[in-house]
Ligand binder design. Structure first.
Ligand code: NAD
Ligand code: TYD
Length: 361
């Protein structure tokens, strides 16, 4: 690995990964369209910033990607760029098909051309960052998701990620491209856009707004601290076998309600002077997400046994670090919150939910 093209490196996980990669001595070309979810605020104070080149552009732009691969002699592509929010995929799936499916296809075509032109080097790598949501949902007694679990995506987001996984695999099998895929569980930590459960809860609680819990709040997610996910991807790039996929997770499965209650308790402790203590009084049940997956759980034995990866943060330590980070980065939160799209999104997603609930009552 010498020069990495990272797509979506101004988003949540991508920006954390760029930080990690820059400490490892590689050059990083960071291609990001700066959608509502991407921000240059996430790329301030990078280590070894002279090895980082930011390019504002779209993964669907073939000419641009062709030029970047050639100009920078890229040997490793790490593909994060995607539309990622399940609720947005329910209200507007088209952009998910464009970015996640067509965008991945377009990158694969560009990569194939560059790889063939370079004489099909065996050490090149296309790494695709994917989700556990491609596997669908688990019943209470089902075994955890693993690399051989059949795909059964339930949301337009999950279906678009599943399609992209299939394309990557097909390019590996048909054209021989060396690729790897990671299917990871829910991430949380610094720089996560506050439309996702954990940062949304903290931001709303700090402002004394309701903390929306979909349905009965008994849905279960497997949560992984973002830096542990980035370390897993790095381990796969360094030591993972081409053509192999790895499921990645944090081995903890709290209910959503429990996660929100834990965040409230952390805020009670860390912001004791707030007039919203106890923050749990702000919890508010709202209409459920259509097609809401009930439970995720991940078997991490392959990545543990083959690559020696394991998470360094427990949910307790990771949530504490996340809340502390958010409290210490008020200017980041303020900049993200000021985006015009953010308030529109809250209105669109939550006003409708409140009225659905009162209709159902
Ligand atoms: P994010 O929504 O925070 O960031 C996505 C980034 O992609 C943004 O910077 C955005 O500007 C960029 N982008 C979107 N469309 C683009 C396009 N057409 N061209 C170039 N850039 C574009 O996402 P995230 O949470 O950091 O997720 C990153 C990847 O990890 C995604 O592929 C996602 O499916 C996967 N993943 C996420 C999680 C999670 O819990 N967040 C878990 C497992 C896997
Ligand atoms: P989210 O952070 O959107 O991630 P994903 O849908 O990819 O799992 O949601 C995590 C869980 O929290 C999911 O079960 C939906 C639930 N949730 C709420 O209960 N309320 C909310 O306001 C949000 C955004 C999510």
């Amino acid at each position: 690995m010498d020069t990495l093209l990272v797509t979506g490196g101004a988003g949540f996980i991508g920006s954390n990964f760029v930080r990690l990669a820059l400490t490892q001595g590689v050059r990083v070309i960071n291609l990001d369209a700066l959608t509502y979810a991407g921000s240059l605020e996430n790329l301030k104070d990078l280590p070894n910033a002279d090895r980082h080149v930011f390019v504002h552009g779209d993964i669907c732009d073939r000419e641009l990607v062709d030029a970047l691969l050639e100009e920078h002699a890229v040997d490793t592509l790490v593909h994060f760029a995607a539309e990622t929010h399940v609720d947005r995929s329910i209200l507007g799936p088209e952009q998910f098909v464009r970015t996640n499916i067509h965008g991945t296809f377009s990158l694969l075509e560009a990569w194939k051309k560059a790889w063939i032109r370079a004489g099909e080097p065996a050490h090149w790598r296309f790494h695709h960052v994917s989700s556990d949501e491609v596997f669908g949902t688990l019943g209470p007694d089902d075994p955890p998701f693993c690399e051989t679990t059949p795909y059964a995506p339930n949301s337009p987001y999950a279906a678009s990620k599943a399609a992209s996984d299939h394309l990557v695999r097909a390019y590996g099998v048909t054209y021989g491209l060396p690729y790897t895929i990671t299917n990871c569980s829910n991430n949380y930590g610094p720089y996560q856009f506050p439309e996702k459960l954990i940062p949304l809860t903290v931001l709303n609680a700090l402002e004394g707004r309701e903390l929306p819990i979909y349905g009965d709040g008994q849905q279960i997610r497997d949560w992984l601290f973002v830096e542990d996910h980035c370390q897993a991807i790095w381990a796969v790039l360094e030591r993972g076998a081409p053509g192999r996929t790895y499921t990645v997770g944090g081995d903890n499965q709290p209910t959503n309600l429990k996660v929100v209650q834990t965040l409230c308790a952390l805020l009670d402790e860390l912001v004791p002077g707030s007039r919203y203590v106890p923050h749990a009084q702000l919890i508010h049940f709202v209409a459920d997400r259509p097609g809401h997956d009930r439970r995720y759980s991940i078997d991490v034995s392959r990545i543990g046994e083959e690559l020696g990866w394991e998470p360094s943060e427990s949910l307790a330590t990771g949530l504490r670090r996340t809340v502390q980070w958010l409290l210490e980065h008020g200017s980041w939160l303020e900049a993200i919150r000021r985006q015009p799209d953010y308030q529109n999104w809250l209105n669109r997603n939550y006003d409708q939910r409140a009225s659905q609930l009162s209709e159902g009552d």
